[in-house]
Design a protein around this ligand. Structure first.
Ligand code: SF4
Length: 376
């Protein structure tokens, strides 16, 4: 499929999410969705569009068995709305069972290889990222937060895994890339499989919530789990995939690298509101035409912001959609309404986040001490 490209480090373009099921073997949500008693906002709205082996996590929940929720987030910048989605999913899965432990990898090695960010700079941003995820609702009592560069178990696993992959395998999954990025991929696999080491209770189901663009890492980790099953007893990790939110400037993927495509959770609320007001829309060239034939919410980044983040009630999101297609809404008013929601959200989030900075430092320190004190 020429138009679909899943690249964790570059341009991801997904023309049609349905095709990813056939093309990459990502399973549909239908088979597992009815088993969730309280599906998340992302699940209810079809933002989570695919999964691999998610039934294994549901089995663990039903049988009150331990499982891990794992994701790595590059500390290459303050959380934006794309990273918030991964964080929201991690928090949701943590909330489903007292036996769920979150492993949050601060992907500083990847940030160095992909973004050229020094480990020192990563470290400063990481504390702020942790404060953000705490403000979003992470329970620190059941969370392990660590930096890839400091976690010897992850590095050791990456080294072991390097013996099980060939250049051709990596090229087939990621295309022709510099060795540093291949190394980051093996380190990511180490992150994903580390929760199954004996010191963390041994083999267990692990769910990795990610954007569609991260699927190559999941495929590699699952291949490696199978290849090293005899040595470690690994269970192939499960995953859940969310759609990529449209960029405010009209590009396919919201990127931390482009300040006009997104806004950040620490951004001046007035500046974020201005970005909303100047954002790309799915509107018609004239108000008269919009009234007559309606807008195109499905193509609109402003609607994505309502749907993915700011319309908390399903009914409200549906109303925006219907009013858009019905020609009841004009883009100017629609943006103004959203800008007010965004400003209010950021003001509240930033207050919460500020009050949690110390907790973030403590969580990092506590996790480091716990990991250091465990047998390796
Ligand atoms: S009315 Fe709102 S949802 Fe519809 S196209 Fe305009 S900005 Fe987008």
């Amino acid at each position: 499929m020429e138009n679909d490209r899943l690249d964790p480090w570059g341009e991801t373009s997904v023309d049609n999410y349905q095709r990813l099921h056939a093309e990459f073997g990502i399973e549909r949500m239908d088979s597992v969705l009815p088993r969730f008693k309280n599906p998340s906002l992302h699940m209810r709205r079809g933002i989570d569009f695919g999964q691999r082996d998610l039934g294994r996590i549901l089995d663990a929940i039903d049988n009150n068995k331990p499982f891990a929720v794992m994701s790595g987030i590059k500390p290459s910048g303050i959380f934006h709305l794309g990273t918030k989605m991964t964080a929201d999913d991690m928090i949701y899965f943590q909330s489903l069972s007292k036996k769920a432990t979150v492993f949050y990898a601060i992907a500083d090695v990847e940030a160095y290889n992909d973004n050229g960010l020094s480990l020192q700079d990563s470290s400063k941003i990481a504390v702020q990222n942790v404060a953000d995820i705490l403000a979003l609702g992470l329970d620190p009592e059941r969370a392990v937060v660590y930096k890839q560069s400091q976690e010897i178990r992850v590095m050791r696993l990456a080294t072991v895994f390097s013996a099980g992959v060939t250049n051709n395998m990596l090229r087939a999954i990621y295309g022709e890339r510099q060795v540093g990025l291949y190394l980051s991929a093996l380190i990511q696999a180490g992150d994903i499989l580390m929760p199954q080491l004996p010191e963390f209770g041994g083999p267990k189901p692990v769910v990795v919530p990610v954007g569609a663009d991260q699927d190559p890492h999941i495929r590699l980790s699952r291949d490696l789990a199978n290849s090293f099953q005899k040595d470690f007893g690994f269970i192939p990790p499960s995953s859940i995939y969310h759609k990529l939110i449209k960029s405010l400037d009209g590009a396919t993927k919201m990127s931390k690298r482009s300040s006009t495509s997104t806004f950040y959770l620490n951004e001046d609320p007035a500046s974020a509101a201005r970005k909303v007001m100047s954002g790309f829309t799915g509107g018609r060239p004239t108000v008269e035409e919009q009234r007559r034939i309606g807008g195109e919410a499905d193509k609109c980044p402003i609607y994505d912001l309502y749907l993915f983040h700011f319309a908390m009630e399903d009914e409200y999101a549906k109303r925006v959609y219907d009013e858009c297609y019905g020609g009841v809404r004009t883009c100017g008013d629609c943006k103004k309404e959203l800008a007010t929601l965004v400003k209010r959200y950021l003001e509240e989030h930033q207050k919460k986040r500020e009050s949690l900075m110390k907790d973030a430092e403590e969580l990092l320190e506590k996790s480091r001490k716990t990991l250091d004190s465990m047998a390796r």
